[in-house]
Design a protein around this ligand. Structure first.
Ligand SMILES: [Zn+2]
Ligand SMILES: [Zn+2]
Length: 398
């Protein structure tokens, strides 16, 4: 008598309540980047309970990986990634799983990513005799600005065994639950930061001729920076220059010694990215000099653009059609937001896709990084199924 293996969807239906409970536990206990100590411990316990023996912890401080070796022998190695960090936001939701940590909140969905990947690991471990090759599940710290992905790669997570392909997903609060969004090629921007310090000469507000006013100079710089995108960058190329902070002065009648501007720069094209850095630096120096001040520009390169490999993305798309139906697989628009999964995609071919979690009927309408952010957890099941089927398909393709 032969026993037919239950479908992946049946596995997911069975474990989804547990995955949701895990997500809620993580939601209640959020931790900031590189401080995900309890989260990492929780994940490690789960991986070991599943039966995964090759678990490596303490990578990039709190990151960890687990290896699932297929029972049909060696083959390709595929890496699946979840991020574990929360944000410095005070939750305003009134739910039973509300954050217990004041001022810290899972407001981007990384709690769901972590819970889903633990569920995915369980299903793939249970089905390991069905595939050849190896699945590496990776839980990283500090996606929200800390670049935990880069540190994990530096510490060797793509080697031994050498990883052939990488996949990741993100909850998408602008996409209705039940839909999956994919995008081949460039999907999310590169994000760089700058800090400009304008050194003038302070003095009495009534005697400006005896000072070098860093506020007046800073104001000129803010306006001039806006002309870079408007007048110097190819209009077909996406680019953003935003000054998000202008720090100077205390009193109405005092001209301060210095002013500080902080900003973020977004782009896709590597040449545009270089051009932005060069022109921001040159413009600031030129204006400061012309106005008798000195300026220091600190430019911090951040995440590279997130570029999905077309064939891998086609695979995700095809699998997603099988999961949610053709009408529910949409093309993700290009976003100027950034994502440190880009470091994995720089190093290996792969795809990063988006899982709809918006549901106005249940009140899940607030966007990422909002204090009332929350998701329709039903989306987690579709994300997990898409990921598991993608892995099985990828590993079986020669
Ligand atoms: Zn975020
Ligand atoms: Zn995120």
């Amino acid at each position: 008598m032969s026993v037919t293996r239950p479908r992946v969807r049946d596995d997911i239906d069975e474990i989804l309540p547990g995955v949701i409970a895990d997500r809620r536990h993580l939601h209640q206990h959020p931790e900031l980047g590189f401080q995900e100590v309890e989260t990492a411990r929780f994940v490690e316990e789960r991986l070991r309970a599943i039966g995964i023996q090759e678990v490596q912890t303490g990578i990039a401080t709190t990151g960890l990986t687990g290896l699932i070796r297929g029972g049909k022998g060696p083959g390709k190695v595929v890496l699946l990634r979840a991020d574990m960090d929360a944000l410095p936001i005070h939750e305003q939701n009134d739910v039973e799983y509300k954050s217990l940590h004041d001022g810290v909140m899972h407001a981007c969905g990384h709690d769901a990513h972590t819970a889903m990947l633990m569920g995915i690991a369980r299903v793939l471990h249970d089905r390991r005799d069905e595939f050849a090759g190896t699945v590496k599940v990776l839980f990283q710290p500090a996606e929200e600005g800390g670049g935990g992905a880069r540190v994990m790669i530096e510490e060797g997570v793509l080697d031994a065994p050498n990883v052939d392909a990488v996949f990741g997903m993100h909850m998408a609060q602008e996409t209705p639950v039940g839909k999956i969004a994919v995008r081949p090629g460039p999907a999310m921007a590169a994000a760089d930061r700058f800090t400009i310090v304008i050194k003038g000469k302070g003095g009495h507000g009534a005697a400006p001729h005896l000072t070098v006013d860093p506020i007046a100079i800073g104001a000129q710089i803010v306006v001039a920076l806006q002309t870079i995108v408007a007048r110097e960058i190819d209009p077909i190329q996406p680019a953003v220059v935003t000054v998000g902070a202008f720090l100077a002065g205390e009193a109405a009648n005092v001209i301060p010694d210095s002013a500080e501007l902080r900003g973020t720069v977004r782009s896709f094209d590597p040449d545009v990215r270089t051009q932005l850095q060069e022109r921001i630096t040159a413009l600031v120096q030129g204006i400061a000099t012309a106005m008798r001040a000195e300026a220091e520009v600190r430019y911090n390169p951040g995440y590279p653009p997130t570029v999905n490999e077309p064939e891998m993305t086609a695979l995700v798309r095809e699998v997603a059609i099988g999961v949610v139906g053709e009408e529910n697989v949409i093309e993700e628009p290009v976003k100027m937001g950034a994502e440190d999964f880009s470091y994995f995609l720089e190093a290996r071919p792969g795809s990063f896709f988006f899982v709809g979690t918006r549901n106005p009927d249940k009140g899940f309408v607030w966007g990422h990084h909002h204090p009332r952010f929350d998701i329709d957890e039903e989306g987690m099941g579709y994300g997990m199924e898409t990921m598991i089927q993608t892995v099985l398909r990828y590993l079986e393709t020669p």
